[in-house]
Design a protein around this ligand. Structure first.
Ligand code: B12
Ligand code: SF4
Length: 539
């Protein structure tokens, strides 16, 4: 059994207001309900505005700091040109504010001030760190240590896709008090109630708590998935001061939004369906419309499966079209099999933005390749989708997966495919087993690198079939066939009409930086698979 951490037991409530909370919680009706083991009901809503008094209405308002960790892996690849807002934290901020908590979000990717500064100035009782990518583990651990060094009584919770999928990544961490495995809009308010009410944390569903031996063990019960119509719109204001930094290649400033959560497909390399356990849920159309109206002109809709449900998409398009504003740019991510059969739906969406791009996971140019990745689609659908998207006036972008097992012939097949179908706005990633996936578990014995900073899909985690240097030469040659090659089919000046004059410097940096993707030496310098003889494998 897990009880309140020592840090919270005595000195946590170190100012007089908080001492009042400590005693007041017993008069709080929610506390009594909790004691009877009944399900807690929602506290009456109060705005965070004008809430200077810790304790707030109802006596259990906490100060909660939500942190997007700094990116420690941005030195390689195009990461600096894809910087988006911490949308998950904005949803959590709305849910917490609705329960009367005082919430602040800091995006440490763009903060000059230290974590200690925020701990001293805001004096949070609870800090929630978002560990979305496994790449964020180092930043998460570093911030947790900084928080505890500044004030050991602060409760540190870490949540988000990666850490929830693979809590083992932080095994042994002494500065994390709980891992939240699920949707923060329900888990964080429940954690706040428990902390304020000094309720034993093992009664809070979907937490993992330190077992004392370095492991984090689940509390047992699991929070059910949220009903999306009850999810409040994200708190955009909480990150507005960082807005100018948010960017997607040449589109800036950028807003992200969500209309759908989860995916029903089962691609081998993907962690989304495993996190959401194969579910796919939709935000209420009127909420999406309000959010769409509230955000700016460049929008990345981060849904993993846009147009997942035809009826819902029709309804949503109707809602958005009824709103006058059109965006400058929209990017969505979808599947070829959905797009190939939904030309009418695509035509309905197209007027919503001046420029509208679709990002596809093409994954492989061959049927065998798609099958081995459990893509559940086929090449004819890839070609149909490209045709339909182009005919409907969408920009086509996408990604292919390069398997470390590729032979030279596999690279040639890929090059021929992209050339034949004139697919040049592409990315290429190296097949990477994401921690927490069945694929990762099944291939553990083969993986030789467990340094999470190498899990950006641009590093080799075991020796490839081809000699390493040659593999990277061919991988780089693959990148050279894209529009990012400034010596290739699209010259740098041909980008200019697409870019706001103020952003030319930024574009120049993208092009300069992306040339690294075409340089085998850059990859070799990053290569960490331990030395040893090159594997001899039959082609
Ligand atoms: C947007 C996005 C990005 C953005 C960055 C987003 C950001 N703010 O940092 C960009 C485009 C830059 C990006 C880049 C990459 N991404 Co990405 N990305 C996503 C995507 C599509 C959506 C994330 C999102 O905003 N979801 C919406 C919000 C509402 O959900 P959420 O963040 O999960 O938050 C909820 C919960 O997780 C939880 N929660 C979150 N934080 C916290 C904190 C606490 C304390 C608590 C209690 C709860 C909690 O509550 C939230 C609300 O319900 C996901 C797919 C997915 N569905 O997760 C992939 C995903 C996270 N990305 C992935 C990958 C692989 C990458 C890249 C490596 C790909 C590449 N090579 O280009 C790079 C790495 C970037 C880098 N160097 O750090 C993988 C992650 C794999 C992994 N385990 O590491 C995912 C899962 C995609 C996939 N198909 O597998 N990505
Ligand atoms: S369709 Fe996309 S989101 Fe869904 S499982 Fe496949 S890769 Fe993941």
């Amino acid at each position: 059994m897990y009880s309140i951490p020592a840090a919270l037991a005595k000195d946590a409530w170190h100012n007089p207001f908080e001492l009042r909370i400590k005693n007041r919680h017993k008069r709080n009706p929610l506390y009594r309900v909790a004691r009877r083991g009944l399900r807690l009901r929602k506290q009456s809503h109060t705005s965070t505005a004008g809430l200077p008094r810790p304790g707030g209405q109802g006596g259990f308002s906490l100060r909660v700091l939500l942190v997007k960790p700094r990116n420690t892996t941005a030195h390689f690849g195009l990461a600096p040109f894809f910087r988006t807002e911490p949308l998950g934290l904005e949803y959590i901020a709305s849910a917490l504010a609705a329960e009367g908590h005082q919430v602040r979000i800091v995006d440490m990717c763009f903060e000059r001030r230290s974590m200690a500064h925020f701990i001293r100035s805001f004096r949070p009782q609870l800090v929630g760190i978002s560990c979305l990518h496994i790449l964020d583990v180092a930043g998460t651990l570093a911030h947790a240590a900084e928080i505890k060094a500044a004030d050991a009584s602060v409760f540190v919770a870490a949540g988000g896709h990666s850490i929830a999928s693979y809590p083992q990544a932080v095994e042994g961490a002494r500065n994390i008090d709980a891992i939240c495995a699920g949707e923060g809009e329900s888990i964080m308010p429940a954690l706040c109630r428990a902390l304020a009410a000094r309720q034993p944390l093992h009664e809070v569903p979907s937490l993992l708590l330190p077992a004392g031996d370095g492991r984090f063990l689940p509390t047992g019960a699991v929070q059910p998935w949220l009903e999306m119509e009850h999810v409040l719109p994200p708190d955009r204001a909480a990150v507005e001061r960082y807005r100018k930094h948010y960017v997607c290649l040449n589109y800036m400033p950028l807003w992200t939004m969500e209309t759908t959560r989860g995916c029903r497909h089962r691609c081998k390399f993907c962690s989304v369906w495993q996190f959401y356990r194969g579910t796919c849920r939709f935000h209420a159309a009127q909420h999406v419309r309000a959010d769409f109206a509230a955000i700016g002109r460049n929008v990345f809709i981060i849904d993993d499966l846009f147009w997942a449900d035809q009826a819902h998409s029709e309804e949503l398009a109707g809602e958005l079209l009824a709103h006058a504003e059109r965006k400058n740019w929209i990017l969505v991510q979808s599947r070829v099999d959905l797009v190939s059969k939904n030309a009418d739906l695509l035509r309905r969406w197209r007027p919503l933005a001046k420029n509208f791009d679709i990002f596809f996971g093409f994954e492989s140019p061959t049927r065998q390749g798609l099958n081995s990745l459990h893509k559940g689609s086929d090449i004819s659908k890839t070609l149909d989708a490209v045709r339909v998207a182009r005919e409907c006036g969408f920009g086509v972008t996408g990604n292919f997966i390069v398997d470390p097992d590729f032979t030279e012939e596999d690279f040639h097949t890929l090059w021929d495919f992209v050339e034949t179908h004139r697919l040049f706005r592409l990315g290429f990633t190296i097949l990477t087993p994401l921690p927490g996936t069945q694929f990762f578990a099944s291939i553990q014995d083969k993986i030789e690198v467990f340094d999470w900073s190498q899990y950006d899909l641009h590093h080799l985690l075991w020796k490839p079939r081809l000699p390493v240097q040659h593999f990277f030469e061919l991988y780089c040659e693959t990148w050279r066939r894209t529009v990012l090659n400034s010596a290739g089919r699209k010259k740098w000046w041909q980008w200019l009409p697409q870019v706001d004059l103020r952003h030319i410097g930024h574009l120049a940096r993208i092009l300069a930086r992306s040339q690294q993707l075409m340089n085998p030496h850059a990859y070799m310098a990053e290569y960490r698979v331990p030395d040893g003889p090159e594997p001899v494998r039959q082609p």
